[in-house]
Ligand binder design. Structure first.
Ligand code: NAD
Length: 486
């Protein structure tokens, strides 16, 4: 058996402010646990409102310099960051795996390269921020400029730390903003590594600051700080609602990337083998802690029992185990509270008449492991179907017509992602257009790229990450009119 060094290469208990490592003002720390063992592996500083104020002040002070740095130079820095991420891929992947409990193969093949590609993509897009000359009916030279907003508060969730910080920091920096990043309470380690890496890439002191700690303290102080010009929030719908309210009070622009509960529709004309592969990927990817996962399977009635039978055979064979094992597909949940939530939903499912087709149990031991679980026969209005469970749990429902499938798919308050399996190209386009979701996949799941925007409708939020759309959201337009009158 390989002995894994589970000590993260991160300085314990430090914030990164104005280019320096420093402890929190109160000296308080929070324990960072390895979800696979339940043991503390290091500590993170619990930032106070004073620390947050210091970080915002540092970002404000650094803003004019970074804004006025030529876009070509900002692009060079982001390209170097991308290259450094790939040079340190093993270290970053190991820290992410340890912190979140993600399978190491997933970290190495998806999380870390995606972060690198995101910096590379926005390095290229940094050169595209431009205004336009406009014709006006009086003697004036009239043009628009696109300018950065100022200090961005980037608040990120626990499930994809390095990716979801990159999808904020890369476009924000490309456009000339400075950033205060508040990573999730339990999974701040890659953000700290990235602070050092970005500095090495040439990001000047104060342009990126990282405040770790408790959401209700450090996050809240950041949301309401008058020195913040934009809030980029990714997290639960409940906290997002609070963040949007605070932003409203302070009249700050916000992007809200919130919860999801995507439907995955398997039509009667689908290639069933391929469909089942996608179904499994969609609900176990990242141990089901995937905002754009597919936990609600809708199957045409003619294939319902066949698919349940295939899933009952296939799901127990999914490798669950130590995230540092290369063969692991499903690791532990990232924290005990997430595991407790899954267990609670399974109790509700059984009380509502749900049939457990596969899994259904917590895995005994100190780590936060749960079996991948498939539930059938739940009513459409079941809480287990309608709410976001955020674990490796799939509910399966039958439908009879295309209209009914679309209606069921759109029947929750969420609208982040959706997917369908069909061989009928007209149906693919027709249904994709009718689904309430920011991204739709056909005949696969989780195809993602920095060029393709994602984001929510309804209670899944507003604004988009990735693509030119995100860069646009980190700038504002100014009109300049210069009289040409003699
Ligand atoms: P969360 O809402 O608990 O926390 C998200 C962030 O907000 C963390 O950094 C946390 O510290 C901070 N926070 C908590 N309370 C706060 C407060 N009062 N003021 C300011 N900040 C506060 O979410 P989570 O459990 O970390 O992440 C899971 C959720 O995120 C799920 O609902 C998931 O669907 C969603 N998510 C959405 C997307 C997307 O792109 N839409 C991506 C990933 C995750």
């Amino acid at each position: 058996m390989t002995v894994v060094d589970r000590r993260p290469k991160v300085e314990p208990g430090q914030l990164f402010v104005a280019g320096h490592w420093r402890p929190a003002a109160g000296g308080e720390r929070i324990d960072i646990l390895d979800p696979a063992t339940g043991r503390t592996v290091t500590t993170a500083a619990a930032a106070t409102p004073t620390d947050v104020g210091g970080a915002v002040a540092a970002a404000r002070a650094a803003f004019p310099g970074w804004r006025d740095t030529p876009a070509r130079e900002r692009a060079r820095v982001l390209r170097r960051a991308s290259a450094l991420i790939m040079e340190r891929a093993d270290e970053l992947a190991a820290v992410e795996s340890l912190d979140v409990g993600k399978p190491i193969a997933l970290c190495r093949n998806v999380d870390v390269p995606t972060a690198a590609e995101t910096y590379e993509y926005y390095a290229a897009l940094a050169l595209t921020v431009e205004g336009a000359h406009r014709e006006v009916p009086f003697p004036a030279h009239a043009y628009t400029r696109r300018e950065p907003l100022g200090v961005v508060a980037a608040i990120t969730p626990f499930n994809f730390p390095i990716i979801l910080s990159s999808t904020k920091l890369a476009p924000a920096l490309a456009a000339g903003n400075t950033v205060v990043h508040k990573p999730a309470d339990e999974t701040p380690l890659s953000a700290l590594l990235m602070a050092g890496l970005l500095t090495e890439a040439g990001v000047p002191a104060g342009v990126v600051n990282v405040v770790t700690g408790v959401g209700a303290v450090a996050g809240d102080a950041l949301l309401s700080h008058p020195g913040v010009d934009k809030i980029a929030f990714t997290g639960s719908t409940a906290v997002g609602r609070h963040a949007a309210a605070v932003a409203g009070e302070h009249l700050k622009p916000v992007t809200m990337e919130l919860g999801g509960n995507a439907a995955h529709i398997v039509f009667e004309d689908a290639d069933l083998t391929r469909a089942v592969e996608a179904v499994i990927k969609a609900f176990v990817f990242n141990t089901g802690q995937f905002c754009m996962g597919g936990p609600r399977l809708l199957v045409h009635r003619s294939s319902y029992e066949t698919i349940l039978e295939i899933l009952s055979q296939a799901v127990p064979g999914i490798p669950v185990g130590d995230p540092f094992d290369e063969a692991t597909v499903v690791g532990p949940m990232a924290a005990e509270r997430h595991l407790a939530k899954v267990e609670e939903y399974l109790r509700v499912a059984v009380s509502e008449g749900g049939r457990v087709v596969a899994g259904g149990e917590r895995i005994a031991g100190d780590g936060f492991f749960h079996q991948p679980t498939v539930l059938a026969d739940l009513p459409a209005d079941s809480r287990v179907v309608r709410e976001e469970i955020f674990g490796p749990v799939l509910t399966v429902q039958a439908f009879d017509t295309e209209d009914e499938a679309v209606e069921l798919a759109n029947s929750t308050p969420y609208g982040l992602a959706a997917g369908l399996q069909t061989r009928d190209v007209a149906r693919a386009h027709r249904v994709a257009a009718r689904l309430d979701a920011g991204i739709v996949w056909v005949n696969d799941w989780a195809m993602l790229d920095p060029a393709m925007p994602f984001g929510g409708v309804k209670h899944s939020g507003f604004g988009r990450e990735n693509g030119p759309e995100a860069l646009h959201d980190y700038t504002r337009t100014k009109s300049v009119l210069i009289s040409l009158a003699p």
